[in-house]
Design a binder for this molecule. Structure first.
Ligand SMILES: [Mg+2]
Length: 170
């Protein structure tokens, strides 16, 4: 579990924005546990959190977080032009670009991430249920997919690590 612990400005900002939007590392690690507990004996929350933190070191993940949250915030403040304002504000089901942004995260650790992402997107456990609660007045059209995707990617990383695969952390 070595590796570069120094965070870039981009990573610091992405982590700050997740926190500001009500998503903790622990929340995402809970999703990883939900996805992976049945496949690994003695899976610990530390291992889940470690894998989430590794995923957050990736530049494409940081960019997806910042892009998605920015659009959510603009929609929440009603600052987008129509028709995009309405589309994102009501989380229109045929929009689909929120999922495309999430796929850029899921991609990072290979194709098993897609299975995990599809599953967790259907089940919506834990923090995903909160992010999908439309009664809060908050807009998380992008963030719910991004959080699910980070958990799916971290699960894939964990699975590869358990299989002693060479990891893609550089
Ligand atoms: Mg969404």
């Amino acid at each position: 579990m070595s590796g570069n612990t120094q965070q870039t400005k981009l990573e610091v900002k992405a982590r700050e924005w997740l926190q500001e939007r009500g998503v903790s590392i622990r929340d995402i690690a809970d999703l990883v546990y939900y996805l992976q507990a049945k496949y690994h004996d003695d899976l610990s929350m530390d291992i889940c959190e470690f894998n989430v933190n590794q995923v957050l070191k990736k530049r494409e993940v940081q960019n997806a977080i910042l892009t998605g949250i920015q659009l959510d915030k603009l929609a929440e403040d009603k600052k987008l032009d129509q028709p995009l304002q309405k589309t994102i504000e009501i989380d229109e089901s045929l929009y689909g670009i929120d999922e495309i942004v999430a796929f850029s995260i899921v991609n990072v650790y290979g194709s098993i991430g897609f299975t995990n992402y599809g599953y967790i997107d259907k089940q919506k456990p834990g923090i995903l249920q909160h992010l999908n609660d439309k009664s809060t007045g908050e807009c998380h059209t992008f963030l719910d997919d991004i959080v699910g995707a980070i958990a799916a990617a971290a699960s894939s990383r964990l699975a590869h690590a358990a299989a002693d695969d060479e990891l893609l952390d550089d």
